[in-house]
Design a protein around this ligand. Structure first.
Ligand SMILES: O=P(O)(O)OC[C@H]1O[C@](O)(COP(=O)(O)O)[C@@H](O)[C@@H]1O
Ligand SMILES: [Mg+2]
Ligand SMILES: [Mg+2]
Length: 363
């Protein structure tokens, strides 16, 4: 046990409310209901094959992706935990095409909850860390059912955001706009205890995360950045870099919050009509809010992700975040004109190796 000398999540939220008028009692109650959902999902994840929650659900979601059984179960747990008590005017989930209607006769509140009930789904069946991500916005018309358009708010309008990571230990990482705090779940006491009171991302890093199997589809600035990292101490960065890819956004985020790093899931040419892999409302915005609150930077590759005006509930976008100096470098590369002011388009299926920067630019 962590010992009861540490603050619990409830005590932290009460303290925040005393210090910051924005953290209302209703917001605190909603965050605690989200935490309840994450506790239940943590237990379902821990049971895994024992509880027959692995494998495909047999349906596809609005993203056109095969749902895992645990995707659906996590979604149902979130809905149950937040439907009845939360001061909500509406909810949007990755697993549902439209906003989720609140029960008839249920009072409509002043917040909107947007969530990815289970992130990193491809890792479920191989027992690698997964998580849940949530974002809380103010309802434009409190007391009434929220319309889909009410959710289309830029990320800078979030009042709270966080994630739970179901790893060797279950943690909840949260911001209410006053920095970032981490809470570790004590399964014996059954509560989240404050173990990381003020998480800060180191300004610099020598560790990057990207799915390198997409290299042939990357745009020139991303290819340049990665090739320079791979060139190591003999290249323009004059330093060796490490690479990670867990295929779980929550796990990558947690590593970067704990020790720094930079994550890239850029817009690429693999599916030109798709503006990126990750979803703006319930992945990039909440993670971006946490990263910026922890002193890092969260970008589309060309500018702050929290400034993007959403156009659709499940809109995808290129996403780069982490240690500030590296994200700023990547944004500079996107801003620099190549080859005297015009970027020569790389052939769609460029056969060049990752290891030949000059070849990649010699088209
Ligand atoms: O499988 P890829 O292309 O490496 O993408 C991995 C990314 O996809 C995701 O799993 C998408 O999230 P979901 O699992 O919630 O659909 C991210 O967590 C992760 O960063
Ligand atoms: Mg996800
Ligand atoms: Mg998901």
């Amino acid at each position: 046990m962590f010992g009861i000398d540490r603050s619990t999540l409830t005590e932290y939220l009460i303290a925040q409310r005393r210090q910051h008028p924005g953290a209302t009692g209703e917001l605190n109650a909603l965050i605690l209901q989200v935490a309840q959902a994450c506790k239940a999902i943590s237990r379902a994840v821990a049971h895994g094959a024992l509880a027959d929650v692995l494998g495909d659900h047999g349906q596809t979601n609005v993203q056109g992706e095969t749902q895992k059984k645990l995707d659906v179960l996590a979604d149902e747990i979130f809905l149950r935990a937040t439907h009845w008590g939360g001061d909500l005017a509406g909810m949007v989930s990755e697993e549902n095409a439209s906003p989720i209607p609140l029960p008839a006769g249920h009072a409509r509140g002043k917040y909107l909850l947007v969530f990815d009930p289970l992130d990193g789904s491809s890792n479920i069946d191989v027992n690698v860390a997964v998580g849940s991500i949530f974002s809380i916005l103010r309802a434009p018309t409190p007391g009434e059912d929220a319309a889909a358009a009410d959710f289309l708010q830029a990320g800078r309008h979030q009042v709270a955001a966080g994630y739970a990571i179901y790893g060797p230990s279950t943690m909840l990482v949260l911001t209410v706009g006053q920095g970032v705090a981490g809470f570790t779940f004590d399964p014996i006491l059954g509560d989240f205890f404050l173990t990381h009171p003020d998480i800060r991302i180191p300004e610099t890093t020598r560790e990057f995360a990207i799915n390198a199997s997409n290299a042939r589809f990357w745009e020139a600035p991303v290819r340049r950045y990665v090739d320079e990292c791979l060139a190591g101490r003999s290249g323009p960065r004059e330093a060796d870099f490490n690479m990670r890819w867990i295929a779980s956004l929550v796990a990558e985020t947690h590593r970067i919050l704990m020790r720094g790093g930079v994550f890239l899931y850029p817009r690429d040419r693999k599916e030109p009509i798709r503006a990126g892999r990750l979803r703006l409302l319930y992945e990039c915005n909440p993670i971006g809010f946490l990263v910026e609150q922890a002193g890092g930077r969260a970008s589309t590759g060309t500018g702050p992700v929290l400034e993007v005006a959403p156009e659709a509930l499940h809109q995808r976008i290129g996403f780069v975040f982490g240690s500030r100096t590296e994200v700023e470098r990547i944004e500079r590369y996107h801003a620099e004109p190549l080859f005297g002011g015009s970027e020569r388009p790389l052939p769609l299926f460029n056969s060049r190796s990752l290891f030949s920067t000059e070849a990649a630019f010699s088209q």
